[in-house]
Design a protein around this ligand. Structure first.
Ligand code: ADP
Length: 492
């Protein structure tokens, strides 16, 4: 078949990209078309998306893609992180600028929400435990403030939905991102009227939900004029980036344990039914929706954020150090000299991470790391051991074991962590692809547009196209002993 090109727009923390996936459907290659900043913008009343600026960057990326690939372009799909949204009036005008989730509107909202409906009931109805950032809490904050936006809203669109609406004029809510709202019933894939009503939110703003892969329609004439080509359809891809990442990791029904490794680590399984037991809630698991009607039963774990923040501090201190150099320093350091709990809230906020790690070790009566390598080794070992805690809980909650862990995302470039993960879990880690999110974005477009039969074919395409590294468990006795110490140190 002649070459086709699918365009993925991926907006992540700090930066955004327009990528092209070139494929003859035997393999696929990804090419960067345009990169740009995506900074949260702090205003007196909170943190905001710079949405108009981003939209212009997307148009520029599409214009460059048209220049480079012309008529080969098949479709466009957009993914971002979860939960954030815009509110629109009856004419489709945006009512106020969308917030980014890292802002203070959430304070007190979880308690207020749980007074309206207990968390256990919300978990049973939405599959999501309350995390500080859920859409539910953002909307509750808007309701508390009697925000004019919410008062006049006719429609809620999540960020990828909103950008797709601006490109096409078609308003639609894509299901994977809607499932992170804590307002959607994962059993039906539709809004939970009971939760929406209990929170006193206006039901009319929660419009029609479409499954990932839905063709929304062609770009508007104004967009076509701006980018130099008309008629390109926009597809509501797996628009939540983690849903896209999991669609892009080649798992199968019998081998469905995955890790999305990036700023955050998210471990879970792809399954067909939500797990909403009290144990799942007490261990902080969530049920989000994925491609082909799947449920992603998952747990967020502090991820490479720890290492990113170490690097940021060292750069502030005037040093230049790459992630690859950091991994080498950690590799050369002594293992298991001390442990931290990567999920301790103290590590969740920006700040002097090397110092936070030193203080944590000191306060827990352990040896205090004196050099960069040891700090990084402690963070790496502790992450791998925390993955094991989550892995064991997944096995217990689902009543089965898993043959291997399929890891994708930028974090798999840290091979020390991949090996440590295999050693800690005692199972193989298959690492790939690094660009799992973009792979999932374009595979969803290919399935939605009828170019591939299903996601099994999509994942086969990914498997054929990228190098996968296998990490086999080693030194498992040492890691078992370290795990016992780790659990004791973090109070498990
Ligand atoms: P995000 O989740 O924000 O999209 P990425 O998937 O891009 O993040 O992953 C970024 C992380 O990958 C960085 O924090 C860093 O720790 C790790 N990383 C990136 N490149 C390398 C490298 N060459 N060696 C080791 N680690 C790397």
């Amino acid at each position: 078949m002649t070459e086709k090109v699918f365009i993925a727009v991926d907006l992540g923390a700090g930066s955004g990209r327009v990528l092209a996936a070139r494929t003859d459907f035997s393999t696929v290659t990804l090419e960067d078309v345009h990169r740009f900043d995506n900074p949260g913008t702090e205003l007196p009343d909170g943190s905001y998306w710079n949405l108009i600026g981003l939209y212009r960057e997307i148009l520029e990326g599409l214009r460059l893609a048209v220049q480079r690939y012309g008529e080969k372009i098949v479709s466009i799909g957009i993914d971002t992180w979860a939960v954030d949204f815009g509110l629109l009036d009856h004419r489709g005008s945006l009512l106020g600028m969308p917030h980014q989730y890292r802002d203070s509107r959430f304070e007190g909202m979880a308690d207020l929400m749980h007074a309206l409906m207990p968390e256990a009931e919300i978990f049973e109805k939405t599959g999501l435990k309350t995390n500080f950032y859920n859409t539910s809490l953002q909307l509750l904050a808007e309701a508390q403030r009697k925000s004019p936006g919410l008062l006049h809203a006719e429609n809620l669109l999540f960020i990828p939905d909103l950008l797709a609406f601006w490109l096409t004029g078609e308003p639609a809510i894509e299901r994977t991102i809607a499932s992170t709202s804590q307002l959607l019933d994962p059993h039906t894939g539709d809004w939970s009227d009971e939760v929406i009503q209990a929170l006193g939110l206006p039901r009319k703003i929660f419009g029609k939900i479409v499954p990932p892969g839905t063709v929304l329609g062609p770009i508007r004439k104004e967009v076509a004029d701006a980018i130099g080509m008309d008629g390109i359809p926009v597809i509501a891809t797996a628009s939540h980036d983690t849903a896209a990442a999991v669609a892009g990791i080649p798992i199968s029904d019998s081998d469905n344990l995955w890790l999305s490794s990036g700023t955050w680590s998210i471990m879970g399984i792809e399954t067909s039914t939500p797990v909403t037991t009290a144990e799942a809630l007490s261990h902080g698991f969530c049920n989000e929706l994925g491609v082909q009607d799947s449920v992603r039963f998952l747990k967020n774990i502090a991820g490479l954020w720890l290492l990113q923040e170490c690097r940021r501090q060292w750069v502030l201190d005037g040093e230049t150090i790459s992630f690859a150099e950091m991994a080498e320093l950690a590799r050369a350091a002594k293992p298991f000299s001390a442990f931290i709990d990567p999920d301790d809230p103290v590590f969740a906020t920006p700040g002097n991470m090397p110092e936070k790690i030193r203080v944590w070790c000191e306060q827990s009566g352990q040896s205090v790391p004196a050099d960069k390598g040891t700090i990084l080794r402690i963070a790496t070992d502790s992450l791998a051991l925390k993955y094991r805690v989550v892995y064991e809980r997944i096995c217990a909650l689902t009543g089965r074991s898993y043959p291997r862990l399929n890891a994708g995302g930028g974090g798999i470039q840290n091979e020390l962590l991949c090996q440590a993960t295999a050693d800690a879990l005692g199972i193989e880690v298959i690492a790939g692809p690094v660009e799992a999110t973009s792979c999932g974005n374009v595979v969803t477009q290919m399935v939605g547009g009828g170019y591939l039969k299903d996601f099994t074919a999509g994942r086969d395409l990914v498997r054929r196209s990228f190098d996968f590294k296998v990490f086999k468990p080693q030194d498992t006795d040492d890691w078992d002993a370290a795990y016992a110490n780790f659990r004791q140190t973090i109070g498990l």
